[in-house]
Design a protein around this ligand. Structure first.
Ligand SMILES: Nc1ncnc2c1ncn2[C@@H]1O[C@H](COP(=O)(O)OP(=O)(O)O)[C@@H](O)[C@H]1O
Ligand SMILES: O=C(O)C1=C[C@@H](OP(=O)(O)O)[C@@H](O)[C@H](O)C1
Ligand SMILES: [Mg+2]
Length: 170
């Protein structure tokens, strides 16, 4: 994989966007950014607080404006949040401004990797598994739609996935 200027990672919660993004950025000698971290630092509050006080729509408004800016950062691997594809404006800028990688994970693996983690407010309800299933059914077609490359993340470590991406990508 050479000559990548802007790489955008999309996929469901637990796919490893944040974890693999950092490793991939190092391998590509690019900077790393995460839209969720940027939203938190701009707001001065964590995502759970934003959902609590401003609701999901408040979070999505913040996300849309951060995505519009961050998709213009050169020499950067950008990890997005799993719900980024729910807004058409985000899909449009992601698809047109850089190389989009869909980190795919099966529902079982999403469940395993997010279990007990209270930092994802959408999974704090009574039935996080049903929620992940519902979100994945809705979002998977969008991830596929905007992806330039899809990689399965189920069966191996973030380090190996990053190495595979470095070797596989055109
Ligand atoms: N390929 C993988 N194999 C095992 N665990 C993983 C893998 N990718 C990520 N994880 C773990 O899953 C959790 C969620 O990863 P994270 O990078 O935050 O995902 P995302 O940003 O896509 O929601 C973390 O605890 C991380 O260490
Ligand atoms: O799927 C979603 O709607 C969300 C995913 C989270 O990011 P990760 O996919 O990095 O966990 C974060 O943006 C927020 O909790 C909402
Ligand atoms: Mg993340």
């Amino acid at each position: 994989m050479s000559n990548y200027n802007r790489v955008f990672l999309v996929g469901p919660m637990g796919a490893g966007k944040t974890t693999i993004g950092k490793l991939l950025a190092r391998g590509l000698k690019l900077g790393f950014a995460d839209s969720d971290s940027e939203i938190e630092s701009r707001t001065g509050a964590d995502i759970a607080w934003i959902f609590d006080v401003e609701g999901e729509e408040g979070f999505r408004d913040r996300e849309e404006s951060v995505i519009d800016e961050m998709t213009l950062l050169d020499h950067t691997v950008l990890a997005t949040g799993g719900g980024v594809v729910m807004r058409e404006a985000n899909r449009r800028v992601l698809a047109s401004r850089g190389f989009v990688i869909y980190l795919h994970a099966t529902l079982d693996e999403q469940i395993r990797r997010t279990r007990g983690d209270r930092s994802r407010p959408l999974l704090n309800g009574d039935d996080p598994e049903a929620k992940l299933r519902e979100l994945f059914a809705l979002r998977d077609p969008f991830y596929r739609d905007i992806a330039d490359h899809v990689i399965d993340t189920d069966s191996t470590s973030p380090k190996v996935i990053a190495q595979r991406l470095l070797a596989q990508l055109p």
